[in-house]
Design a protein around this ligand. Structure first.
Ligand SMILES: Nc1ncnc2c1ncn2[C@@H]1O[C@H](COP(=O)(O)OP(=O)(O)OP(=O)(O)O)[C@@H](O)[C@H]1O
Length: 282
């Protein structure tokens, strides 16, 4: 399986925080969601991948090349959306186009304007007068207009309404129709990730708790609601996390380890994350 991205034991130490031996890999043609609580290390991971900050240990391979020796040609193949404010405030679409075509050899003006119009971005308005959603759409249109093979997005859909998010998720799904294309995106909107991702990597307090196929995760886990007596009879290796209330016990469990007769409901990525975090608090 050809990989778009591979991290092996990537470590970054800050005073009071360590991104600790992070390893995961993203196959080409797939979308990976990076999840984790505030301050977990998602943006640090993305900055390391983009070589915006230096790592202390480990290796990062981007489209087959070491990220440290990334050539200009490799950089052209990576579309990045870090935040909304990537263009000067007095720029119009035309200004963005004329600057970007000097930055990227592979810039395709027709694709940029087509995407900008698809996103209903106005021709004449300057960036300063854009809404937050318009700025994000502009950043995404630009990232998609230089023949990128790998898109890396940090919180690209945060603060956007559901209609705009859906529009952007559709663009992502179209982008990976080409099997050489891949996407890594971090988000707190787990329902969005559940819709589009093939893989989920969960970072918690600087460590990868898991990096797995989404379908496999959703099939493996379920939510069990039962009485304390029933819960006491369950193999504890089957329990990823639980909470007790006056109504009984609710637990995130491995579905195939639960005896028949007990009802196990479907778990979402959000359930999985919440129970895992609860179980891993120190
Ligand atoms: N330049 C820096 N110097 C010191 N500490 C830093 C620096 N950059 C990030 N950190 C710390 O690294 C930790 C992880 O931050 P990071 O921005 O990667 O988290 P995140 O998962 O993206 O969080 P959020 O969801 O809130 O954006 C935090 O404790 C943060 O304070």
């Amino acid at each position: 399986m050809e990989l778009a991205l591979e991290l092996k034991n990537v470590t970054k130490r800050y005073d009071g925080f360590t991104l600790d031996a992070v390893s995961f890999s993203l196959p080409r043609g797939c979308i990976m969601g990076l999840i984790g609580e505030n301050g977990a290390g998602k943006s640090t991971t993305i900055r390391l991948i983009l070589d915006l900050i230096g790592k202390d240990e480990g290796t990062i391979t981007l489209l087959g090349e070491d990220s440290r020796d990334a050539s200009k040609a490799l950089r052209e193949k990576i579309g990045v959306v870090m935040d909304e404010s990537c263009f000067p405030e007095n720029f119009t679409l035309r200004d963005v186009d004329s600057v970007m075509k000097r930055v990227y050899h592979s810039w395709v003006s027709e694709e940029f304007f087509a995407m900008a119009h698809r996103f209903s971005l106005p021709d004449k308005k300057i960036v300063k007068d854009y809404s937050h959603g318009m700025k994000m759409k502009l950043a995404i249109a630009a990232a998609l207009s230089h023949r990128a093979e790998l898109l890396i997005l940090d919180e690209a859909t945060s603060g956007l309404d559901p209609v705009v998010r859906e529009e952007i998720l559709d663009v992502f799904l179209e982008f990976i129709q080409d099997e050489s294309h891949s996407i890594l995106l971090s988000s707190h909107i787990l329902s969005d990730l559940q819709k589009v991702c093939d893989y989920i990597t969960f970072i918690h307090r600087g460590k990868v708790l898991f990096s797995r196929g989404k379908d496999e995760l959703l099939e493996s886990y379920g939510i069990l609601k039962c009485s304390p007596e029933e819960f006491s009879r369950i193999d504890k290796f089957a329990v990823a996390g639980y909470r007790e209330s006056k109504f009984g016990v609710e637990a995130l469990v491995l579905r195939d380890k639960i005896p028949s007769g007990l009802v196990v409901d479907r778990a979402g990525i959000e359930d999985i994350m919440l129970y895992y975090v609860k179980e891993n608090v120190q």
